[in-house]
Design a protein around this ligand. Structure first.
Ligand code: ADP
Ligand code: MG
Length: 298
């Protein structure tokens, strides 16, 4: 998925550990084939190619992922939207952009965005993007989904404990070999070698940060996470870490909090049972949702 996966398993010996890791890698590649919008032969590409033309029959797995993505759009008032993908044509975060896109280009790009125009037909198992030029992409949820699926597979194979880490999107199960819980370090985005805090994890933890992919115009830092309602990248937050039962939900919510901003984002997280959040604002100040207390390390 254009990103590194780290797989840790607790096992009796090297051979069974390596077998388990191979299984996880194969599962992640399988999912990548399904959801990639770069791979022209993927089901996702078939949906995109037929935007404004015809509904496309897809596997139940992809259908359900899209259905859950739309639910997250509803939960976040559209801050999260897999149809964001047409905005990617005007914002580039690979260093190639030299000036702000024009207001007209930005307005045109959002006119193609809107989860309400992703039409699902349950009986037929089809997905239809209503407007020409619409595109979906799983950049903000796919890594989390892959981590969940790899974990589920290894659990089914009897692996008692492990970590699937999709470049910062993690799902864990069991404990460390010494019986202690797995722990995650929250790093300071302004000084990546320094950990802010070490927290025990049960389940998934995902961090979205804008310190790697962003552009700067007139002193303002624009992240690779874009507000689907305005077409402008999110500003104001350096990193968001979400704790949740699944990495899929944590991944999607980490992106959503970026878009919703500090206040709305934190309020929304505090309303969802079982979800916690640590966010770092642009000035370096740290905020936590109501059930987390951080011991800041200096
Ligand atoms: P990270 O790159 O830190 O894993 P995210 O999980 O937040 O970040 O995913 C960011 C990616 O999600 C972007 O590169 C883009 O592909 C996609 N994206 C950007 N904005 C949105 C949005 N508002 N809703 C859904 N996906 C988005
Ligand atoms: Mg995400």
């Amino acid at each position: 998925m254009g990103s590194a996966f780290d797989i840790t398993v607790v096992s009796e010996n090297n051979v069974s550990a390596n077998e388990a890791i191979d299984l996880a890698v194969a599962e992640i590649s399988r999912i990548e084939k399904l959801i990639s919008s770069w791979d022209l032969n993927s089901e996702t590409s078939a949906i995109n190619k037929n935007a404004g033309i015809a509904p496309v029959k897809v596997s139940e797995e992809l259908y359900q992922l899209i259905e859950r993505s739309i639910k997250i759009s509803e939960l976040t008032d559209g801050a999260f939207d897999i149809s964001y993908a047409s905005m990617d044509r005007i914002w580039k975060f690979d260093g190639s952009m030299t000036e702000m896109p024009s207001t007209t280009d930005i307005e045109n790009s959002v006119s193609k965005v809107g989860y309400k125009n992703i039409l699902l037909d349950k009986n037929r198992g089809t997905v239809f993007l209503k407007n020409k030029g619409m595109k979906i992409g799983f950049g903000a949820i796919g890594k989390g989904y892959a981590a969940d699926m790899a974990k589920r597979l290894l659990q089914k194979k009897g692996v008692v404990s492990g970590i699937i880490n999709a470049s910062g999107d993690m799902n864990t199960w069991g404990t460390q070999p010494n019986g202690l819980p797995w722990k995650v370090a929250i790093t300071n985005p302004l000084d990546k070698d320094k950990a802010y805090a070490l927290l025990p994890i049960k389940g998934a933890v995902v961090t979205s940060g804008n310190y790697e992919k962003f552009v700067k115009f007139n002193g303002i830092r624009y992240t690779h996470i874009i507000d689907p309602r305005t077409g402008y990248p999110a500003t104001g937050i350096l990193s968001t870490t979400i704790f949740a039962p699944s990495a899929e939900l944590a991944d999607a919510l980490a992106t959503s909090v970026f878009v919703m901003g500090v206040k709305t984002g934190m309020d929304r997280i505090n309303q969802i049972p079982g979800i916690e959040c640590v966010l770092i604002e642009e000035d370096g100040s740290v905020r936590t949702s109501k059930n987390i207390t951080l011991e800041i390390k200096n």
